[in-house]
Design a protein around this ligand. Structure first.
Ligand code: PLP
Length: 372
């Protein structure tokens, strides 16, 4: 039993004095929000760091998704997956659009591209795939389908901050991508989010929608919300960005440790490096899938055992969003059988830059000893 609880993640924080020092400027100017100096500075730095065309910052990831869907004036149906955080599905529904659920693949738990086309009809306006756990979707095939049927593609890249595929930032993919800078994510601005896009008109529209639809002092162009990132958040982002690369290296080494300890145990499935694709990962999640027949214990039993030892992994992503109480009787979970199977068996293990390798060993010992 560990004396301090170990949670699934722990927010990355810069040295306290660095944050406080940076805040002093706010007390001089009194400018706390409304696209201030630090907001602009963070936008510039992230634009460069992510290698994207344009970026627009938001108060959180969810509002960036809700408002990019609104800005695109989508209608009818949006194809997505239920194996994700509530935000993805809620953002579609809150825009009065209908989510149409596609199953996931077993390779990396992203949308199964071989099952998308059969879901397309004349009401379909977009595809909203998720780079779940930072696993990058099969982008070439998604692109091909979108072109063929003239659909928009919005990637939920909430887990994929700083990742690259074929040397390109994930934020350059599709018509737009959204990121989350929530405290629990790989890069945080306390709460925060962003939309990246190559479409300048979309960028302009987002700028207005996150500020009540104001174009200028007297012209209100859109039925906007208030979703601006404030200066405290922007300063946290500027401080944290300096340490992001270091965090990736530390988590990479922890992921390799987990893989080495847990691969080859009957009934356990760990995702390996995708050697056939050119990917730069941010290593922010370690999902473990447990097949109870071969392993001897269920996912929930392993969770209980770890909890009893003061270790708190999470069942990301369980339940599926298409089985949420608020969507009762609206969707048929049998239509996404792989998502259902993984969701019932997944346990996301603790992973964050400051996690100690010794703790990884303790967690693996507990799991491996159960099997024996
Ligand atoms: C965290 C998350 C979001 C929402 O981001 P917030 O910043 O928490 O609003 C959206 N999609 C996914 C997949 C997420 O994990």
């Amino acid at each position: 039993m560990l004396d301090k609880p170990i949670y699934v993640t722990k927010a990355s924080l810069p040295p306290f004095d660095e944050y406080v020092e940076a805040l002093k400027a706010l007390w001089d100017t009194g400018i706390l929000t409304n696209m201030g100096k630090y907001h602009t500075e963070l936008e510039k730095k992230l634009d460069e760091f992510l290698g994207v065309h344009f970026i627009s910052l938001f108060v959180n990831g969810h509002m960036s998704l809700e408002l990019v869907l609104q800005a695109m004036n989508l209608t009818g149906e949006v194809i997505t997956t239920p194996y994700t955080f509530a935000s993805t599905t809620h953002a579609i529904v809150r825009n009065h659009l209908k989510p149409v659920f596609c199953d996931i693949n077993e390779k990396n738990y992203t949308i199964d591209v071989s099952k998308i086309e059969r879901l397309i009809n004349d009401k379909t306006s977009a595809i909203l795939p998720v780079h779940v756990y930072g696993n990058i979707c099969e982008i070439e095939e998604i692109d091909r389908i979108a072109q063929k049927y003239d659909l928009k593609v919005i990637y939920d890249a909430a887990h994929a901050f700083g990742e690259k595929i074929n040397g390109q930032g994930v934020g350059t993919l599709g018509d737009a991508s959204i990121f989350s800078f929530h405290a629990t994510k790989a890069f945080n601005t306390i709460e925060g989010g962003a939309v990246t896009t190559k479409d300048f008109l979309l960028l302009e529209s987002l700028y207005q929608l996150k500020n009540f639809g104001f174009r200028n002092e007297v012209t209100v162009n859109g039925v906007g919300a208030n979703a601006k990132m404030n200066e405290f958040q922007a300063i946290m982002g500027l401080c944290n960005l300096k340490y992001f690369a270091d965090g990736v290296l530390k988590r990479k080494s922890l992921v390799e440790h987990y893989r080495q300890r847990l691969r080859n145990i009957p009934g356990l499935v760990v995702l390996e490096e995708e050697k056939d694709r050119q990917i730069e990962s941010n290593y922010s999640y370690f999902p473990l899938v447990i097949y109870e027949k071969e392993f001897g214990f269920t996912r929930n039993e392993i969770k209980e055992k770890l909890n009893a030892n003061n270790i708190f992994p999470r069942r990301y992503f369980y339940p599926l969003t298409n089985s949420f109480k608020c969507y009762e009787n609206e969707f048929d979970i049998a239509e996404t059988p792989i998502a259902l199977k993984i969701s019932k068996r997944v346990l996301t293990l603790p992973l964050y830059a400051e996690l100690e390798h010794e703790v990884v060993d303790t967690i693996c010992d507990i799991i491996v000893n159960l099997h024996k």
